[in-house]
Design a protein. Structure first.
Length: 88
């Protein structure tokens, strides 16, 4: 979760991260409920994959404006399916 008051920025950030720390898929959800997403072949809105190794959960939690929660792969797949309209 990203805690802020910016109207045009996402409030929920989902990242699928490979064992080597590389982000493979991401979803950004906004206050109005719409989501943008990116994977290695496509993206919507201004959402793109990180070009850097993703920070650890502890590093994210050390930033007061973020709260991280690890979710199971099945939950990520559900969020991904909703964001992509089931277009896997």
């Amino acid at each position: 979760m990203w805690h802020h008051d910016f109207a045009d920025e996402p409030v929920l950030l989902y990242s699928e991260v490979a064992d080597n720390g590389v982000e493979t898929r991401t979803i950004e959800t906004y206050r109005d409920g719409h989501s943008d997403y990116a994977d290695v072949t496509r993206s919507t809105g201004s959402t793109v994959l990180s070009q850097s190794i993703m920070p650890s959960k502890e590093e994210i939690d050390d930033q007061h404006e973020f709260t991280s929660v690890e979710i199971p792969p099945e939950e990520f797949e559900q969020v991904w399916s909703r964001a992509t309209g089931g277009d896997g």
